[in-house]
Write a protein that binds this ligand. Sequence first.
Ligand code: UDP
Length: 492
Amino acid sequence: MEATLCPKPHFVVIPWPATSHMIPIVDIGCLLAAHGASVTIITTPASSQLVQSRVDRAGQGSAGITVTAIPFPGAEAGLPDGCERTDHIPSADLVPNFFVATTKFGEAVAQHCRLLTATHRPSCVVAGMVHTWAHGVARELGAPCFIFHGFSAFALLCCEYLNTHKPHEAVESLDELFDVPLLPPFEFKFSRRQLPIHFQPSSSIPQDRHRELREFELAVDGIVVNSFEELERDSAARLAAATGKTVIAVGPVSLCGAPPSLLDLRASSDDARRCMAWLDAKKDESVLYVSFGSAGRMLPAQLMQLGLALVSCPWPVLWVIKGADTLPDDVNEWLQHNTDGDGLPESQCLAVRGWAPQVAILEHPAVGGFLTHCGWGSTLESVAAGVPMATWPFYAEQFLNERLIVDVLGIGVSVGVTKPTESVLTGGGGGKEKPDVGMEQVKQVLDMLMDGGVDGEARKTKVKELKAKAKTALDHGGSSYMNLEKLIQFGA
Ligand code: UDP
């Protein structure tokens, strides 16, 4: 009798359309493919090139991955042409429209999955946290559904505590501190203002959407995190206990696939070429890298205080600035005079106004410290590269990540920011003129990061130990490797 061939597991991966979310979830798709699964990544036309380039980066591991672009019904929901990602939303009042378009997009994805069933039935769905309809799609397919937030397990554990115990609802002001008693012996205090958007009394996301998001979290079969078990103490296990769900840590996913070779990078874009050539001319661990994620923008007055600190510090600085086109003329002129955009090898402060090759920068031997907004992608990339951090959280779950970096892991030093930066999603983005953090405060912290004596050495040692553990986690038999195998079993 002939043996029946068992079809490969078929994962449908549906990224939430935000650049920094797409990067790790597509990498998860690549890891699943490298572990033998067929993977269909569903995206929209404006993002398909980004997704495909990420898939191509995985090299041979990308065999078995199909990238499918389904039109995004933005116009039907009143969005401007080409607005297909959260980073495209021009103003806070259009955020509800984006959610309407996302729901309609879900109907088209469900239809596509029905068609896929005819050839190779999807056997597991992994969806971005805002695709609340993905659970219905998975149920119709008879497949399990996993959620991917892009958050650390620690931040998710905090969120679960907040959802269950609601300490933020008992405070009298947005700045009153309250305890979040997780991971003893550490003591964490946060103000409501510092929490992710769904715990704020008001935001540009409608309340019924917040309810849907929570229902989706409660309905899914499990949670995939871009992290590794050795990193966040027992946050993943505690999260599993608190939610009653399977929690699968498969990171750091930035280490999957071949990093683009320096040769490729030099050829890939002007910005990449400039950065790498400039770094090559610097001494080992001498450079301070400054970047605030895919979208983090500082208000002009705050940016000036940061700029004054950066140009007066003794270390070479590589500074990535987003939204430079919206800065007032006088700030742009100041930047022009005080930083170098051409990347002359002898220059002290190189400013990049476009997209910087962050993973390659962090891995360059010249980089000795990272001033970061504590986005989880950046945090994990810094850990994977063994680079200590100075922490300047902007918004979302970044204040939670800061405590993990500084208090729990001891690999960062805090700038001391207490209030979030305004953004389109929080309903702000207007013109608060007074900077929260002065130039002297920034300089002091950068001194501690780059030239931090015994404490600085301890931070470096700890982050290098974590770098080694990160690599081991993804190697054959490591914790993330084994967790990937476990995830594959859900689709078997
Ligand atoms: N990133 C990059 N170049 C840039 C800005 C960002 O490669 O110029 C990447 C970075 O490596 C990370 C992601 O974008 O993978 C940012 O994610 P994170 O979670 O740190 O922050 P977010 O953008 O969500 O605020």
